[in-house]
Design a protein around this ligand. Structure first.
Ligand code: AMP
Ligand code: ZN
Length: 479
């Protein structure tokens, strides 16, 4: 098992991951605000978190992951009021859509999915603790955190506190970056708004207090990992630290991990810029879930990823190459036996893959190890030099890689259908193509060349190119 080293935003260094509880990683993930469909920028961050958890699993670690769902904030309150429904009803639809999107992208469910509105009591208790520590003040019914009372404020974002006005306040959920002010822990109710009657008065929680309260409830005072996109470093995560550490007197998080943005034409993909694509937008255009997942994970999480049409085309053909490789490995035409050199070659790919991911989750290097292996083994198959035991070993290696990558299982059409889309570009599913190829092979063996040619023609008409290999196997791809 390779030593896992990850970049830590808190220390600005790549550091070994040393769990608080041996053998277990407790990880908190800032989840979606369910006021609209999530866009694929959001999913870049969620796919990164999924690759991380799958990799930790593959290394024999238990993972306890909590993801919050923000189902109360200014935007939700406004949107629900405009739609004339209560916030629970309004957010339900987007939460369901979010879960369906996670499923389509093969993103594993966290152990705990925590809705903010189910945890009001935990938030109230945290605010009370901060009140007892003298870190809050009340103004016009809202309770604010006094950041001047927490000298370590700024340690994550390295924000310069000079020139920050003590006592300047903000109580909206979204505010400008680089603007450090006392933030609202608890917001006074406004007429017509959803509010809760609590020990600290009527109102609703601020956004930051949600994450601190729910993270510590399920994961303890000190978490191993906390993740999110880079836009959350300040102020959201800085405020989480201020709340949690002031309440417990203990370090809140050992390892802070932040994913860089998905960009469009040099700008962050974001709803406010209007340059977003939802998954459903892309599916409606004939894209497959596996293409999007592959594209999002192909660039290491600390590098920005530019979203382009060309990137989608490449991602799609990369997934096809990997799937075709595994199909070819499973052809029965391979001679029995094993070659120690080939076994060594496969072992090297496995250790290169793990080493790349252990090095701050370098997915580009990990994929290079997979494609290098596929190339070498394909070459051996072209020469009819691959033996049965080695082919099985290569299949097992590919399955191991896919436990992290999550793109080999060809269920794209099922996932699309579940979301109400037809199959991607009305093309034959891989399983159908393979069934036709098998039928053609069998027709040829029966010397029924008319049937064999008819199947070749049917495949060509459906946009599928086939190539007969020397070893009797058939390779295929979409045109
Ligand atoms: P939100 O629903 O806005 O709270 O965002 C959910 C997650 O998506 C957060 O971790 C954000 O940091 C992340 N995120 C938002 N926009 C992008 C983007 N363009 N690229 C990558 N991650 C993003
Ligand atoms: Zn959060």
């Amino acid at each position: 098992m390779a030593e896992i080293r990850l970049y830590n935003t808190l220390t600005n260094r790549v550091e070994p991951l040393l769990p608080v509880h041996p053998g277990e990683i407790r990880m908190y993930t800032c989840g979606p605000t369910v006021y609209a469909f999530a866009h694929i920028g959001n999913f870049r961050t969620f796919v990164f978190q999924d690759v991380l958890r799958r990799f930790l699993h593959s290394q024999g670690l238990r993972v306890l992951q909590v993801m919050n769902v923000t189902d109360v904030d200014d935007r939700i309150i406004r949107a629900a009021a405009a739609a004339g429904v209560d916030i629970r009803e309004y957010t339900e639809k987007y939460l369901e859509a979010f879960l369906a999107d996670l499923d389509a992208l093969h993103i594993e469910m966290p152990e705990e999915l925590a809705r903010a509105t189910d945890h009001i009591e935990d938030m109230v208790a945290l605010v009370e603790k901060l009140q007892q520590r003298g870190l809050t003040y009340t103004s016009e019914g809202s309770i604010y955190y006094r950041i001047a009372g927490f000298p370590a404020y700024g340690k994550l974002s390295k924000i310069d506190m000079a020139g920050i006005q003590p006592g300047a306040r903000v109580d909206v959920d979204q505010y400008e970056k680089q603007d450090a002010r006392d933030f609202a822990l608890w917001k006074a109710p406004k007429p017509g708004e959803h509010s809760w009657e609590t020990r600290i008065g009527p109102g609703r929680p601020g956004w930051h207090v949600e994450c601190s309260a729910m993270a510590m409830k399920y994961l303890g005072d000190t978490l191993d990992i906390h993740t999110g996109g880079v836009d959350l470093v300040f102020p959201h995560h800085e405020n989480e630290i201020a709340q949690s550490e002031a309440a417990t007197g203990k370090p809140f998080v050992r390892h802070w991990l932040h994913a860089e943005h998905l960009m469009v034409d040099g700008q962050k993909m974001s709803k406010s810029l209007g340059n977003i694509y939802t998954l459903r937008d892309l599916f409606a255009k004939g894209q497959k879930p596996s293409t999007i997942r592959f594209l999002l994970l192909s660039v290491p999480y600390r590098r920005q990823l530019n979203f382009t049409e060309e990137g989608l085309v490449q991602a799609r053909s990369s997934v096809e190459r990997l799937r075709n490789f595994v199909t070819r490995l499973k052809t029965p035409k391979i001679a029995p036996g094993s070659n120690p050199e080939t076994q060594k070659r496969i072992e090297k790919a496995e250790s290169d893959f793990d080493a790349a991911l252990a090095d701050d989750l370098n997915t580009a290097m990990a994929l290079a190890a997979v494609f290098d292996l596929a190339r070498d083994i394909n070459t051996a198959m072209d020469r009819e030099a691959l033996l049965q035991q080695d082919a099985l070993r290569a299949v097992a290696a590919m399955e191991k890689f896919d436990a992290v990558l999550g793109v080999l299982v060809d269920d794209d059409d099922d996932k699309l259908r579940k979301l109400g889309f037809g199959v991607a570009q009305a093309r034959l599913a891989a399983a159908q193509v393979e069934a036709l190829i098998a039928e053609r092979t069998e027709a040829k063996q029966r010397r029924d060349f008319q049937r064999a040619d008819a199947i070749r023609q049917q495949l060509a008409d459906s946009g599928i190119l086939i190539e007969d290999m020397k070893d009797g196997s058939v390779r295929w791809k979409y045109k």
